[in-house]
Design a protein around this ligand. Sequence first.
Ligand code: KIV
Ligand code: NA
Length: 275
Amino acid sequence: MKTTSDFLKMKQQGEKIVMITAYDYPNAKFSEDAAVDMILVGDSLGMVVLGYESTMRVTVEDMIHHGKAVRRGAPNTFIVVDMPFGTYHGNVNDTLKTAVRMMQETNANALKLEGAGDVIPVIKKLTDAGIPVVAHLGLLPQSAGVLGGYKVQGKTAQQAQQLIQDAKACEEAGAAAIVLECIPHQLTEAVSEALTIPTIGIGAGVEADGQVLVFHDLLQYGKHHIPKFVKAFAHVGDEVEHGITSYVREVKAGTFPAIQHQFTMKDEELNQLYG
Ligand code: KIV
Ligand code: NA
C-alpha cells in the first residue's frame, strides 16, 4: 500500500500519480489489479451510480456503504473517500466526529473536502486528528449551484491568483494532495510548481502531478452526462447495451437457453417419474 510520503516522493521524482474513482467491489478490484496509485470513492457516486442530478443528495451513509465495498475490492490501494455536501461546513467538532466515523467504517486512507476559505481550518483540524486530507479546488461540484453550473474556473489572472493562494493555504493546513478540477493547464502548472504536495488534475491539463477520472466516464459506461475533457479509453456502455438486447432477443426467440445451458434427468429416472 502506498502512503502519502510515497506520493510526495513520486512528485519529486516526476512520476505521475494515477487515480480513478470506484464505487463497488468489482470495479475497485479491476482498478487495483491495473495498479492505479489511488482510488477515490467520489460523491460523483450520486450521478454515475445512484441516478441523482448532482452530488447534493449523497449522504454519509451512501459514502460509507460504497467505501466499504471499494475497500473489500482494493485491500492494498490508497483509498480516498469524499465527505459529502453539507457535512463539513458546520461545527468543526461535529465534522471531526463524522470524519472519524467515515475513516473507521470504511477503513479509508484519507478524506477529500472541496474548497478553501472556511474549509482551511477543517483541513487543519482533521489533519491534526490524524486524518489525511485531500483538498479539491477549481470547479467544486458541491458548489455548482453557487458557481452557476459546471464551468471552467480560474480563467482570469485575479481568479488564478486566488486559486494559487488557496492551494498554498490547503498545503499549510496539512493537506496531503490537492485535486484541481477544470482549470486552465497553465494555472495547473503554476499551482503544481508552487506546492510541495502533489496536484491531481481532472480537466486541468497534463502539468498536474497526477490525473483522476471518473470510472464511468473514462470507460464510457452509463447514462449520465460525460464532460468534454474526458478521453474514452473503452466503450463499456456499448458492450452492456449489446449484451442486454441480445439476451432479451434470444429469450423471446426461445434460442436461449440452449442444450449446453440446461440440466438433464436420466431416462430411467424419467421412466420412474411417469410410471
Ligand atoms: O466525486 C468525484 O468523482 C470527484 C472527482 C471528480 C475528483 O470528486
Ligand atoms: Na467529488
